[in-house]
Unconditional design. Structure first.
Length: 140
């Protein structure tokens, strides 16, 4: 039997995932990190992107999108706190494309109510969602 740890992925609205896993791969601002049981304690800033979760026996792989957030790693518990976390199967390409279009418009329009930094953040999130959708589509 392989060593395992517990993972919680929590968004502002709900708990998206809670379960026993073998490993998880998370996009941090400083680069992607792979976490296995008994990992050194760590706190990091998550950037928008894909979280890949490998369950027991490595047979089951699940994908989640996060808009950013905070990662806390303890030897047997990993916690992801994010404003937005979505199961990969629930991502909607048309919604992501529209969000990208609106963010690009806001960045072009200097008189927009939305400030430039917020528009950049929303653009990065939309692009990360689209990249994840395309990557998952290619795997099928």
């Amino acid at each position: 039997m392989a060593m395992t740890m517990h993972l919680n992925i929590v968004s502002a609205e709900e708990e998206i995932f809670s379960g026993t896993i073998e490993s998880v791969f998370i996009p941090l601002v400083s680069g992607e990190v792979g976490i296995y049981p008994r990992h050194t304690p760590l706190i990091g800033e998550i950037k928008p992107g894909e979280i890949v979760v490998r369950s027991e026996e490595g047979e089951n792989e699940q994908h989640f999108f996060v808009s950013g957030g905070i990662l806390e790693v303890q030897p047997h518990v990993v916690t992801v706190l994010s404003d937005t976390a979505i199961r990969a199967k629930d991502l909607d390409e048309s919604v992501a494309l529209e969000a990208k279009r609106q963010a690009e418009e806001a960045m072009q329009d200097q008189k927009a109510d939305m400030d430039f930094a917020l528009a950049q953040a929303e653009l990065a999130e939309a692009v990360a969602q689209l990249n994840m959708i395309r990557k998952l589509r290619e795997k099928r």
